[in-house]
Write a protein that binds this ligand. Structure first.
Ligand code: FAD
Length: 401
């Protein structure tokens, strides 16, 4: 939609083909229905938050960055607000306001939008393109001087992003890197179902591969019937892409504000105070009740042991389990449940200034279809907007030549 508006405002005659009966089906569910539309940060910080191929994004995000995205929506009549972590949302908390503004901007720019048209293939011949599509069961072909492919990733396929664009690119000989789930909940070896729904706030999650620390951040996470999820876990998953998920280890510091000595003093004082109680009851001031059996199990302490009879070694083991609560990943949840698809059109085949496929002049690839993705925080939509803007400008420019 942004590529269409940009190209049309630059003078191109633009038609959008959308397989759904309405625009922005995924956009409507972003940010839990509130749409975290960008991050109120500098272009450099967007690049820093990009986990795959950040350098590719540099030029595009410098030319159309977060402040441009914010100006675009504010000038379209959508007041915005910035929340914790500089996440930008519509002031109304309604993702549909963002979607509606884009549809309105397309209308103002005289973009023709055709719904219920599923593109099935694109072919090039002597500098022009034939777009093959199916609409209401009928085959159609549409001629175009330029084609901007913006079919998204393969996550949440019910929104329309089912990988058609990847298949079209592969058919044209454009390399597509392996598609994997990213920003995705993690399935664990441990059965955390008794903790399902428990949210941990202000904890520190660390992900390691062998001796390498690949992620460490403070924030919020949640236990579920299959394992763990929440902002920290989703972000960690974006850094667990190089190897199989089971090759990583996760560890949670439940008491990141306390040094090991402070934590031990705190444990000693609690256990002295509740000396006559079972460990399972003596630990209630230290952590959520449902977590106690898990921490004690990791520490190798019998929950029925009296707090007063705890040895120094056992206390140290509890301290260790609290500051390094172990979680063993066995898999990611399926790609269908991932916020983002990692992998996509190989950026080495794309001109980073224009998003044009080097081997196919006149064909542009943007958004999640590219092998460029980032953390949560509005960065993925920003990537879509920056690359869309670059392609919109370039495609319209080429039309003039
Ligand atoms: C639950 C969820 C929440 C998210 N929240 C946020 C958030 O708050 N902030 C953020 O920055 N990112 C968020 N994301 C990620 C963000 O939504 C995507 O990165 C972004 O939508 C990608 O934009 P896109 O235009 O490339 O693809 P999409 O938004 O997936 O759009 C692709 C469009 O192409 C259409 N299409 C596909 N194939 C065809 C075809 N063959 N013919 C015609 N049309 C076709 C689809 O119907 C769809 O409308 C979220 C993702 C999910 C799943």
């Amino acid at each position: 939609m942004l590529a269409a508006v940009t190209a049309a405002e630059a003078g191109a005659d633009v038609t959008v083909l959308e397989r759904n009966p309405y625009a922005g089906k995924k956009l409507r569910i972003t940010g839990k229905g509130r749409c975290n539309v960008t991050n109120n940060c500098s272009p450099r910080e967007v690049v820093e938050a990009t986990t795959s191929n950040p350098k590719f994004l540099f030029g595009a995000v410098n030319r159309f960055g977060p402040s441009d995205v914010m100006a675009f929506f504010e000038s379209a009549g959508v007041p915005l607000k910035t929340e914790r972590g500089r996440r930008v949302f519509p002031a109304s908390d309604r993702a549909t306001d963002i979607r509606d503004a884009m549809v309105e901007r397309m209308r103002e720019a005289a973009v023709k939008v055709k719904y219920n048209v599923r593109v099935t293939g694109i072919e090039e011949s002597e500098g022009t393109w034939t777009v093959r599509a199916v609409s209401n069961g009928e085959r159609r072909t549409i001629g175009a001087d330029r084609v901007i492919l913006a079919t998204g990733g393969v996550s949440y396929p019910a929104t329309g992003s089912t990988g058609d664009g990847h298949r079209m690119l592969a058919k044209l000989g454009v390399r597509v890197t392996e598609l994997k789930p990213s920003l995705v909940p993690i399935v664990t070896k441990e059965d955390f179902s008794p903790l399902s729904g428990l949210t941990l706030k202000n904890v520190r999650l660390t992900a390691t591969h062998a001796a390498d620390m690949v992620y460490a951040e403070m924030g919020e996470m949640m236990f579920t019937h299959f394992g763990v999820t929440g902002p920290l876990v989703l972000s960690a998953s974006a850094n667990m892409q190089r190897h199989a998920p089971e090759d990583y280890r996760l560890s949670v510091d439940l008491k990141p504000a306390l040094s090991p000595e402070e934590l031990d003093r705190r444990l000693a004082s609690d256990f002295a105070k509740y000396a006559a109680r079972d460990m399972v009851n003596a630990s209630a001031d230290l952590m959520p009740k449902s977590l106690i059996p898990f921490v004690l199990a990791q520490a190798g302490v019998d929950p029925r042991e009296k707090a007063g009879s705890l040895t120094k070694e056992e206390r140290a083991a509890i301290g260790g389990a609290l500051s390094g609560f172990r979680i063993t990943p066995v898999d990611f949840r399926p790609i269908e449940e991932a916020i983002i698809t990692s992998g996509g059109a190989d950026v080495r085949e794309i001109d980073p200034r224009t998003m044009e496929v080097k081997a196919h002049p006149g064909l542009y690839v943007i958004g999640e279809l590219l092998d460029v993705n980032a953390y949560t925080g509005g960065f993925n939509l920003q990537i879509a907007f920056s690359t869309a803007h670059a392609a919109g400008v370039a495609a319209a420019e080429r039309m003039k030549n």
